[in-house]
Every structure is written in C-alpha cells, then in structure tokens.
Write a protein that binds this ligand. Sequence first.
Ligand SMILES: Nc1ncnc2c1ncn2[C@@H]1O[C@H](COP(=O)(O)OP(=O)(O)OP(=O)(O)O)[C@@H](O)[C@H]1O
Length: 292
Amino acid sequence: MSPDPALGLPAPALIADGVTVAYGDRRALDDCSFAVPAGSVTALVGRNGAGKTTLLRAAAGLLRPDRGTVTVLGGPPGDRALPRIGFLAQDSPLYRQLSVAETLRLGARLNPGWAADHAWELARAAGLPLQERVGRLAPGVRARLALIMALGKRPDLLLLDEPLAALDPVARAESVRALMGAAAGGTTVVLSTHAVADLAGVCDHVVVLDRGRVRAAVEVDAALAGHRLVNGAEADLPALDGADVIELRRAGDGFTALVRVAEPVPAGTLAWHTPNLEELVLGYLRGRDGAA
Ligand SMILES: Nc1ncnc2c1ncn2[C@@H]1O[C@H](COP(=O)(O)OP(=O)(O)OP(=O)(O)O)[C@@H](O)[C@H]1O
C-alpha cells in the first residue's frame, strides 16, 4: 500500500490500516484497510449502518480508532492536516442565521486559501438566493451551499458524507461536475454515497463497506473489466461450478450472477456481459452473505 518511489507514484492521500472503531460493544469498523490514491475520486459505498460516516470522521480526525491507524496526506489526522482537509458532515452544518452571501464571506475570513471567485461563481451558477437566511433554505439548497463551502476551501483532500443525498437530479449532476472540477485541480475527493449511478464515469475508485468491513476496494475500470454479469436458465447453473461468484440471484427458472473473471471469459452457452458501476456495486452489496 505504500508508494513505490521507483515508479514515481505519489503517496496515497488516505490510508486506513486495520482501522477498528467500536461504539460501546458495537463494532462500527472492523479491521478496515485500503488506500485512496492522491487525485482520485473515491466513492465509499455501503448499506445503512455499514460504517461510512464513522470512517470519514476517523479520516477527518474527529474520532480516534480503537485499533489501527489512519494516515491523511502523509501524516496522522489532526491539527496539522486540518487546513488541508475539507470535511462535510451529512447534516450540512452551517450558521442558520447568516445569509448565503454572509456565509460565503465568512468562508473567505476563516480559510486562508479561500477561492472566493470560484465559490461565488458556483453559488451563482447554482442559483442560490444570496440574501436568504441559511435557516430558511430548503434542505437540498442548504446541502448545495455546504458543498460549495467545502469546495471553496480548495483543500488537498475533500471528505464528503453523502453530499448528493438531498439534491434534485439537476443539482446532483451539477454538483458531480463541480467535484470533477475539484479533482481536475488536484483535490482528492472521498465521498460516501448511495447514488452510485450518478458517479459512473466520475469516480475512479470504489470502497465497498459491509457491516464495518471492507468488502472490496478497487480501481473502477479494472474492476468492471474483471467482472461479468451472467444470465442463464436454472439448468445452466452447473456452468458456474468453480467460478468466483460474487452474487447469485434466481428469478423464475433463470438466474443472474455477478462473477469475477480472469480473461478470457469462459466459453459456453451463457450470456456474459460487462457490468456497469451500479451493477458491480449492487452485486457486492447484495452478495454479502456469500452467494456461491
Ligand atoms: N454515536 C454512536 N453511538 C453508537 N453507535 C453508533 C454511533 N454512530 C454510529 N453508530 C453505529 O455504528 C454503525 C455504523 O454507523 P455509521 O453512521 O458509520 O454508518 P453509515 O454507513 O454512515 O450509515 P448511513 O448510510 O445510514 O449513514 C451503525 O451500526 C450505527 O448504528
């Protein structure tokens, strides 16, 4: 997981190594290890309660793992890393009594590297009502402003907890574009989301969390190329004997399976096709109890 200086690879922006976090006797994260390459857009996906928020909070230095370590931007999370990190919590924390314009001006006062022009441009493009008090904004509009505040900081690492959840489809698409812009500018983006389909073509890495454990941590293009969806009739099932089946679903007298493959794809009568990102992630989320 460490960078290979011989290959000139940059150090990962975020490394989780054996991270375990418990709330009382409930383990929210259990021995989680993965690395987020610098400059990537990484989606953190998992069902409700999988541990996404806990992981982001540990990366932001807001909680300390019971075991294992988190490394952000080459060091421990905490005061030294803080100015280089943007963290956006799920509830879009903002001062409710300030107007949108005052909030943007506050961003400039609190953040030395504040990209004022960029933040105003994003706010105008989003059609945010500049004079409206934050407390009177609809949740989706408030979430949009919170994301713009995180982007305005121009951090090296942006940690976003479900930034798209409250947004309408248009706002979602525009926000995803803004995140791509941030990544193009060198920011590493890590976001938890249930809106996987919106991230197709945008996120280049995915970490799938399942009940506190890392089920998969993959580079998207390689993972798509390394899996196939297979449809067949019940009678064809023996053709999957020995295959690395991630998920198997039966419907009527047929089945669909997500299978990890090594090229070339096995010959035979089954219909194999490459999954899209959503199909891949769903397969890992649904196949969590071991489909094979
Ligand atoms: N402060 C807390 N006290 C006790 N248990 C907690 C606390 N925060 C989270 N948990 C538990 O830890 C587990 C992981 O929660 P977490 O919020 O990290 O999951 P999540 O993947 O972000 O979920 P969601 O998609 O619903 O936001 C869950 O079982 C949750 O109930």
